[in-house]
Design a protein around this ligand. Structure first.
Ligand code: HEM
Length: 392
């Protein structure tokens, strides 16, 4: 039986986890007739198996990702993100030195300074739409700094990504994508001529199997690095704020007991992972969850569904701050070789963004009459968060 589920259909967002739960309980590996046909993987064990078996499932996949990110670079294969086995290992080894827990912790001061600057502007207004005014303001500057961009270039990067991700038509997205790609190409060429000690220089000048990546590969890889680094934390922060506004006792506890923030962020990434679904392509004839699969079949791994699988988690559909620490590891950061490289940074960013906002905007609440619309796709978040707070 084929389901008609598409993660890219905006209509699935509100009921995504009810629908995915029903599919998972019926058939944790199912076919969907949408998007030219793909295999929807919703069970914990099956998703983990597919993510870990890079000899059977490639990370390169066509047509299941966020279209706007790749329109310009459709034919290029992004090193690391979309490569497998030894090629992937070599890239990952070269880049992981930029993503250690210590390096992530060292970004906290910068994140805090950016948050305070943004919040200082907001405080006197007493009301704002927080996705546009806060959660999408901070992370692009942070990933710009991680890449090694100078201060003004980080501001340009933020403007380019906002133009790209807020485009309302394909033509607008293509234009914004072209301008953004040209900007990145300029940064890449600069670092080829004058390498620094930053992440982007390491990407540009890396030699893997005796080759460095070409311009198209590097532009696509940098676009994916920026997307991985900012869409995720922006949406995770918005989802976290919604969770806290909808649950006053939870918010009181987090405010009174800042050490609980660590558990809060981890449970949030289990319950509502910002990376909701990513793809794989079958390399060799195989089976998954009893379903025969053939080379070229495309899989969609629904990470958030794995995290609610009743075969693994008690009350998976419930947000529980005191979830048993000995419970199996959730898959909100992925699994296997492509497991999130930026998770230490994401944790730091989220903790700082939430702490600073809760401190600066006392009495934070949704504006009366607001219905918050959730989004779903490769990334899961909320479309807008109109709020108000007490101010003098
Ligand atoms: C709450 C925030 C985040 C979540 C939930 C998240 C989740 C994930 C997931 C599920 C994957 C695996 C995708 C797959 O296997 O198909 C992934 C990969 C990745 N993430 Fe994150 N991520 C977050 C934030 C970040 C940040 C801030 C960065 C910083 C650059 C980052 C960088 C990466 C990279 C580079 C990969 C690809 C690793 C590889 O291919 O080996 N992520 N992330």
């Amino acid at each position: 039986m084929a389901w008609s589920f598409s993660h890219l259909d905006p209509a699935v967002a509100e009921t995504a986890y009810d629908t995915l739960g029903a599919i998972r309980r019926g058939c944790p590996v199912a076919r969907s007739g949408e998007l030219d046909g793909f295999v929807l993987v919703t069970g914990y064990a099956e998703i983990r198996e597919a993510a870990r078996a890079s000899d059977r499932f490639s990370a390169y996949v066509d047509g299941l990702g966020a279209a706007a990110v790749v329109t310009e670079m459709r034919d290029a294969v992004a090193p690391m993100f979309e490569t497998d086995a030894d090629h992937h290992h070599q890239w990952r080894r070269l880049l992981q030195t930029f993503f250690t827990p210590a390096i992530a912790a060292a970004q906290a001061q910068y994140v805090r300074a950016v948050c305070r600057e943004v919040l200082q502007e907001l405080i006197p207004h007493g009301a704002a739409e927080l996705v546009g005014a806060y959660t999408r303001q901070v992370p692009p500057l942070v990933i710009g700094r991680v890449l090694g961009l100078a201060e003004l270039e980080r501001v340009w990067l933020s403007e380019h990504v906002r133009a790209l991700y807020s485009a309302e038509t394909l033509t607008e997205a293509q234009q914004a994508g072209r301008t953004y790609a040209d900007f990145l190409l300029g940064q890449i060429q600069q670092r080829r001529a004058h390498p620094g000690r930053d992440l982007l220089s390491a990407m540009v000048n890396a030699q893997v199997d005796g080759h460095s990546a070409d311009d198209d590969e590097l532009v696509k890889m940098t676009m994916l690095m920026v997307a991985a680094g900012h869409l995720t934390t922006a949406d995770a922060c918005a989802t976290a704020l919604l969770q806290l506004m909808e649950d006053p006792p939870l918010r009181e506890r987090i405010t009174a007991e800042p050490s609980a923030l660590e558990a809060f962020v981890e449970e949030l990434v289990r319950y509502e992972p910002a990376v909701a679904a990513t793809g794989r392509t079958v390399i060799s004839e195989t089976h998954l969850g009893g379903m025969p699969l053939f080379p070229g079949d495309r899989l969609l791994l629904a990470w958030g569904s794995a995290n609610r699988d009743e075969r693994v988690f008690d009350d998976g559909d419930v947000f529980r701050l005191d979830r048993d620490r000995d419970a199996p590891q959730h898959l909100g950061w992925g699994a296997g070789e492509h497991r999130c490289l930026g998770r230490h940074l994401a944790r730091v960013e989220l903790r700082v963004m939430l702490t600073e906002l809760l401190r600066a905007l006392p009495g934070l609440r949704l504006q009366p009459g607001t219905t918050v619309r959730r989004t779903f796709g490769v990334i899961r978040g909320v479309a807008a968060l109109p709020v108000q707070w007490e101010h003098q």
